[in-house]
Design a protein around this ligand. Structure first.
Ligand SMILES: [Fe+2]
Ligand SMILES: [Fe+2]
Length: 407
């Protein structure tokens, strides 16, 4: 018997080991012949590979279309973007190999789209350390909380909230209603018949999950009109969604109870960047200009220029909007989770960010893989062996949800 990646699986093979979903539910017992419908179900539930009977015909995991030249080119790109990480660390080594394999399979040879930006002179007195002081003293005005976000937040905070209550809040926003119905009807959930009412969607998916999803989407849609030269919003949303999905999967692997909180944290972890781009455009232009022309990590450039980075700006907005404290914790510390009050959930978002940057699924403007907080990783105590499955599940769920990104 041998393992086959679900993407390469063809009907007719005999299953040698049973296949279960992330919650341990049996999808197919061993000894069954695998049909087209089974392959579809494996993909929906994020099963990355299965074990089948018979002798292996070469290595089924490696795509024969990948030439040695392409492999080398991808390896060089990955080496370059891993330059701020400790490449001797076992986790980084593992991620390096997964990144090369993933980028080859998905044809991501060079995903960096770098629009050149000229740096413009800004009086140093108008920027730098004064930014963080002004931010802390609340002299910097951040956007007001939109009413739909406020109401969703109330629903999340109230354990007595009913499906009817959340449906009432969502129904007040036509664009949010349309988007949520699009999500529940996507192949991600795979419901057999069309769902056309929010109340029905909430009953099927659950109050907490749907309000978290609605909250994240509503917040990100506020920032959709940022100039393209600053950031490719589609790419930013891909990065955010993939981080949200992977955070939720890692949280489930860790048996962390409220996985939807991790999904929202992953979705919003780089929100501070959007605030900077939209409200501090001149400063952001200069920061991006330096980062795109240089070799420093973007969040370090932000820190050098403003005295704080996007994680602090994002946290400030969440505090002002009175979003759950766990979101503040995870967003503020997604680059240094061992300093968080609650390090475990912050480490999950930190890892998801590193992995998604390694794989090259979208980008929030950072061209390098951020360095690993090794203390936090050791405290998390997550086996490396679960990473292949987590990445397989993330890509399947991501592609099933990708259509929602046209905000
Ligand atoms: Fe970040
Ligand atoms: Fe990120």
């Amino acid at each position: 018997m041998f393992a086959v990646a679900t993407d390469k699986l063809r009907p007719g093979k005999i299953l040698a080991e049973e296949v279960r979903d992330i919650n341990g539910r049996l999808l197919l017992a061993r000894g069954n012949e695998i049909g087209d419908n089974h392959i579809r179900i494996f993909k929906i539930w994020g099963v990355s590979e299965v074990t089948v009977e018979g002798p292996a015909m070469g290595n089924d995991k490696i795509d024969p279309e990948i030439s040695p030249e392409m492999f080398e080119q991808v390896r060089e790109t990955v080496k370059d973007i891993f330059q701020h990480t400790d490449q001797e660390h076992p986790l980084v080594k593992k991620l390096f190999n997964l990144a090369v394999q993933f980028r080859c399979e998905h044809n991501l040879i060079d995903v960096q789209s770098r629009v050149f930006i000229n740096e413009q002179e800004i009086n140093p007195g108008d920027r730098n350390k004064s930014f963080v002081e002004r931010l802390n003293k609340r002299e910097i005005v951040l956007p007001e909380i939109p009413s739909v976000v406020f109401e969703l937040n109330e629903v999340i905070a109230n354990p007595m909230s009913s499906a009817a209550h959340i449906a009432r809040v969502v129904n007040r926003s036509p664009s949010l209603t349309a988007l949520l119905l699009k999500i529940v009807n996507s192949s991600f959930y795979g419901f057999p018949s069309k769902i056309d009412k929010v109340s029905h969607a909430v009953t099927l998916i659950g109050t907490r999950e749907i309000s978290g999803l609605a909250l994240g989407i509503s917040i990100l849609s506020i920032f959709k009109n940022i100039p393209k030269e600053m950031i490719d919003m589609y790419s930013y949303l891909k990065h955010s969604l993939a981080c949200g999905i992977l955070s939720r999967i890692l949280a489930a692997q860790k048996n962390f109870g409220q996985t939807e909180q991790l999904f929202v944290s992953g979705l919003l972890h780089d929100l501070g960047r959007l605030i900077l781009y939209l409200y501090f455009t001149e400063e952001s232009r200069n920061i991006l200009s330096r980062a795109r022309n240089g070799n420093k990590l973007l969040y370090k450039e932000e820190h050098d220029y403003l005295g704080c980075d996007h994680a602090q700006v994002g946290k400030q907005l969440m505090e002002q909007w009175k979003l759950p404290l766990i979101l503040e914790n995870n967003v503020l510390h997604h680059h240094n989770p061992s300093e968080a009050q609650q390090p475990i959930p912050a480490t999950i978002v930190h890892l998801a960010d590193i992995i998604v940057n390694s794989l090259g699924i979208g980008s929030s403007g950072e061209k390098f893989v951020p360095p690993l907080d090794t203390d936090a990783w050791e405290n998390l105590d997550l086996p490396l062996s679960g990473f292949d499955t987590a990445i397989g599940q993330t890509t399947h769920q991501f592609y099933a949800l990708e259509s929602i990104l046209q905000l």
